[in-house]
Design a protein around this ligand. Structure first.
Ligand SMILES: [Zn+2]
Length: 279
């Protein structure tokens, strides 16, 4: 049921891309699977999209029907899978995902699509064909910090994962993104950064790697906003991370692979405790 290939004899032959990958043979460690068919890859992406939605539920990221997660279809890259409108993140499952085109037309699935989700996500996926996945939700701390119009300060190793890789976007600030023009103006900025703080609105993350990567860095971005608000509330001036340390953190513990790797912890927990996600 779990997609993680637990065989590091295989991984030992592969080139190590991270210091976190074990050098010792025979240890249990997540591996990015290799797919023999597009159907296998599609199923993998859909399962991990469902798990990402449920991880968002666990983190309390739901707000009515707001919030959309998308992952591009591996066989038809002009289409993307997304969570159905008005279904709680905790109730998203394999069978209620919908497949949509850039215009918001549902080509597979029974549920309606979220109009705001279509405008923003469709615009980003069309503008940046290499973006695989995208996440957006109206979270408490992210939305609160987004009101300041300020980027995050580099106050921790976790925040440093967003060093020179996040931006505040003021265009269409606070406006509900249901008009196509709004989506396009914001989309250009979104694709240049891992994370975007859309002023007076909320957080967005994108990934050129996987939905796992986009979802984990969304969780991390929300947490970084919470930490920044906490320290600001004390009135104590935090000691910043140096530029050199921030760059090191982003490269080694803040890359796409690390986002994917972090998410495997959440995937394993959700797959084991919520088997209805596969129904
Ligand atoms: Zn929104």
């Amino acid at each position: 049921m779990l997609d993680i290939v637990r065989d590091t004899k295989q991984s030992a032959k592969k080139e190590r891309v991270s210091i976190y990958q074990p050098e010792q043979d025979g240890l249990i460690f997540p591996e990015i699977p290799e797919f023999e068919t597009v159907e296998q890859e599609r199923a993998y992406r859909k399962k991990h999209l469902v798990a990402a939605c449920r991880a968002f539920a666990q983190h309390g990221f739901d707000y009515g029907f707001a919030g959309h997660l998308t992952v591009r279809d591996p066989g038809r890259p002009e289409l993307y899978w997304t969570n159905p409108m008005c279904v709680h993140f905790s109730q998203v499952r394999m069978s209620n995902l919908i497949l949509a085109d850039h215009k918001g037309h549902v080509v597979e699935g029974d549920y309606a699509i979220n109009r705001a989700g279509f405008v923003l996500h469709g615009a980003v996926h069309e503008e940046y064909p290499d973006i695989v996945a995208m996440c957006h939700a109206h979270t408490t701390y992210g939305t609160a910090w987004c009101t300041t119009g300020r980027p995050l300060d580099m106050i921790s190793q976790d925040a440093a994962c967003f060093y020179n890789n996040h931006a505040v976007v003021g265009a269409s600030a606070g406006a509900v993104a249901v008009e196509e023009g709004s989506g396009w103006s914001v989309a250009k900025e979104i694709g240049r950064n891992r994370g975007v703080l859309h002023q007076n609105h909320g957080l967005l993350t994108t990934s050129r790697h996987s939905i796992d990567d986009a979802a984990f860095w969304f969780i991390a971005l929300e947490r970084a906003c919470q930490q920044q608000l906490l320290i600001e509330a004390t009135g104590i001036k935090p000691q910043p991370v140096s530029q050199k340390t921030a760059e090191y953190s982003r490269e080694h513990v803040g890359n796409d692979y690390i986002g994917w790797l972090h998410f495997q912890t959440l995937y394993g927990h959700i797959a084991a405790t919520q088997p209805d996600m596969f129904a």
